[in-house]
Design a binder for this molecule. Sequence first.
Ligand SMILES: [Zn+2]
Length: 461
Amino acid sequence: MKKQLVLFLYLAVCSTALSQSIVSNLTINIKERAANDSLPRFCTVNIEQNLVFEGYTTDTVNLQLNNVSMFMIAVKSFCFPHLAVEARAATEINYRPLSNFNFDGKTLSFVLPDPNSHVKIIYEHLALFNLAHLYAGALYFQAYMHDQQSWLFSCLGMRMDNAVFFVPEDCYLFVNKPYIKSDDTAIVNLSSARDIEFSFYVAKKDYYQCDTIADIFSTMYLYFLKDIAASSDSTYAIPIEKLNSVLVERKESLHTRTQKIADFFNSKEHKFFYIIDANLDNEGVVWGRMHRITKKDFLILMDTSMWNTTSVGHEIIHAYIPYEYNPPKNDSTHYFFNESIVEYLANYFFYEKQSLPTVYEDIIRKYYERENKITSIFKIDDNRIDASTGEGTARIVYLKTPYIIHKFAEMIGGDEYFVELLSEFYQQSFEKKQISLHDMEYFFRSKSVTNEQWSWFITNL
Ligand SMILES: [Zn+2]
């Protein structure tokens, strides 16, 4: 009897859970802003989020923006001007404006007219990210990054379906998901994605020169900004007449180094890189990022100032290591494998070998310029840097740890020998589909690395 009752309750719970659903579709309309507007260089991005509720028993719906800064909450009417919510019951034809919705900069709440309702959230969204960048290049580039600024509403259990972009002819659209392109639309199938991982970027074609480098290993689509370009280590503008020679140099260097990286990983699969030059310099903190679109397509956004340095190499190396092979985020060795070794390899492949000792002297000097509260790569939870103070765990990840790896390499026979061994270790790990410190120890100990050497390495990391 008791058993039956429990079973009955269980079935009842299951059936309500099954019959209640929210499906979301997105329409993203990118338009050139009118010339007399106060921000003429931005495009406007008009978003319509269509939601279909089925069997939704809770009256008030609360939808969240997943990542919001305090600043974004403070300027919500600026980031989300003209926000409106419209709804209709499934049996009705016409949508009616909902006047009783509330948006506090993070949560959007409204009352459903019916458990089976169709809802439209209509808004223009301004890419907050660009506001910090005053260089010309940044203004032609709009970044809608899922982890930096939320631009769509979601809630637990919401299923994403499709996103349709309408793109003007004079704009490039870059999306971190595969999409099907027709004349002026791009359709992204989001059914297998988590909504929070959806980012897109818009660049004005006029300001970019597109080049392609192709060989049997990879195809690189390079989108260089025409009007500003960087010298090797800073964002000084290069006069346009010099730009072509700079581009040739950069292309060659990228090409040869990427071949070496492919060799290191013994990669046989052809990869496609979409590398976009965007001025992302934010108060001296320059950066790049890589999105995996598919297993062989990679979108790399790169600060103009970083094209000639290790940073573009760093993102390319990421592309060769399947993310799922690395230790997960809650593992203490996550940042060691996911970032520090990648940075070490980028230094190795992108600097001349004879300059490496000097490079690492500079790196460790930079690290000791500030006091570091935490010093071990195994004891950190993030890899951040504070733009105003220059402090943060990023210093351990990208400065100290690659330095210790280099010192260990010197101890066991030099960087070249160490990289040879590391290449073998990675190829073995790829076969196992798993990269671990335990395996790394076992491997290096099998290559005559002594107990003392290995424990020096681990203690100093
Ligand atoms: Zn990285």
